[in-house]
Design a protein around this ligand. Structure first.
Ligand code: PLP
Length: 376
């Protein structure tokens, strides 16, 4: 909760639910990352929060961007980013979308398969490409499973193929999974990427760039390692693996830049019990899984919930959203407690909700409007 957000909510009393993002905090988050890891170029992962005001703030600070689809590329360019500062990081793209990005001046593309490489050679001739390798996602609270990346031997062969297709075989990337709480995972992934570098050197290809992905965690309900500690692990692993032949480094933070800049304010709609002897209360908020809190799926991301009655004695609760869908439950097993005198009509706040919320909200499921957002 920043003073600017506090003031905005007090002065404007916007209808609930809403997300309020402090743009200065976005800038501070960006600068803290840049200072802790000066060797790396920062490509903001636009999907975390593509709001124009956020993109404009980051353009003004010299950030690069990682876009996943055509509208994210349009949004970056509209915010003043130059196409040379964009990477098209999705490894699953339609040929028409690749061609459009190429026409717009984007020259850096990700891939993890032979099929994608063929498309890139056709639609983005001679562009720089980087291959995403599988990374272990152990320790990630929002893992990316095996959907993205390929094995190291395949990455090697694909990079050779990229060169043969006339593309610029530029780099290797990985992503250790979002909200990754174990710094050691970057060390493991860097070691794996370095193996591809040396295999390719033997094949006569000198790779120039390593993209260390995103995944940097933020403290929600539970504490996590700070960015400085992770940056130190990263630099140690880079020197251990590459010595004084460090390739260009890039990172793609999303959550770490946007999450802690935002707060969702929500209203308690109902507090109820399921039976006379049940100690567990059900607290229904006016925001839920379909209203922007999609990352509570499987109780993965555990937001802090601040109420005006904190400090009074508390008891166990299940917390759910307002829709008629049985899946719209935020927390049932994660051990949440809330004040016993919490009532319908109380306003509660969820700090750390500036990333992966607003664009995750449904367009109107059950008659509820998408999450309103304010950028201050
Ligand atoms: C989502 C994503 C990111 C950003 O992840 P965070 O955990 O928000 O930092 C970075 N790289 C890729 C490829 C992604 O898909």
């Amino acid at each position: 909760m920043t003073p600017r957000i506090e003031r905005f909510l007090a002065d404007h009393r916007p209808p609930s639910p809403c997300l309020v993002v402090d743009l200065n905090r976005v800038g501070e988050n960006y600068r803290a990352i840049a200072e802790a890891l000066p060797a790396a170029r920062i490509h903001y992962a636009v999907k975390a929060n593509p709001a124009p005001r956020i993109l404009e703030m980051l353009v003004s600070l010299g950030s690069c961007f990682d876009a996943a689809g055509p509208r994210e590329i349009d949004a970056c360019l509209a915010a003043g980013a130059s196409p040379g500062d964009l990477s098209y990081g999705n490894v699953v793209k339609k040929p028409g979308d690749i061609a459009k990005a190429f026409r717009q001046g984007v020259r850096l593309f990700a891939f993890d398969s032979a099929g994608e490489l063929e498309k890139l050679a056709q639609a983005a001739p001679a562009a720089k490409v980087y291959c995403r390798v599988l990374a272990p996602n152990d320790g990630a609270e929002w893992p990316l499973s095996r959907k993205f990346g390929c094995s190291l031997d395949m990455a090697r062969d694909l990079m050779v193929r990229a060169r043969d297709l006339g593309l610029d075989a530029h780099g290797i990337s990985f992503h250790v999974g979002s909200q990754q709480t174990d710094p050691h995972q970057w060390e493991v992934a860097i070691g794996r990427a370095a193996m591809v570098f040396s295999d390719l050197r033997e094949a006569g290809i000198e790779i120039k760039m390593i993209n260390l992905g995103g995944g940097f965690p933020v403290p929600y309900r539970d504490p996590v390692p700070g960015f400085d500690a992770i940056a130190e692990v990263i630099m140690k692993a880079m020197t251990a693996n590459f010595g004084n032949r460090l390739p260009a480094m890039a990172i793609k933070p999303g959550r770490k830049i946007a999450a802690e800049a935002g707060v969702i304010e929500s209203e308690v709609v109902l507090v109820s019990r399921k039976s006379y002897d049940d100690e567990m209360r059900w607290v229904y908020l006016d925001v839920g899984l379909f209203g922007g809190l999609a990352e509570t799926m499987g109780e993965a991301i555990k937001y802090r919930i601040v109420t005006p009655r904190d400090g009074a004695s508390a008891g166990p609760v299940a917390i759910a959203g307002p829709t008629c869908d049985g899946a719209d439950i935020l927390y049932e097993d994660a051990g949440y407690t809330l004040p016993l005198d919490l009532k319908a009509g109380d306003r509660v706040r969820l700090p750390g909700t500036g990333a992966y919320t607003a664009t995750y909200a449904s367009v109107g499921f059950n008659g509820f409007a998408p999450l309103e957002s304010y950028y201050v």
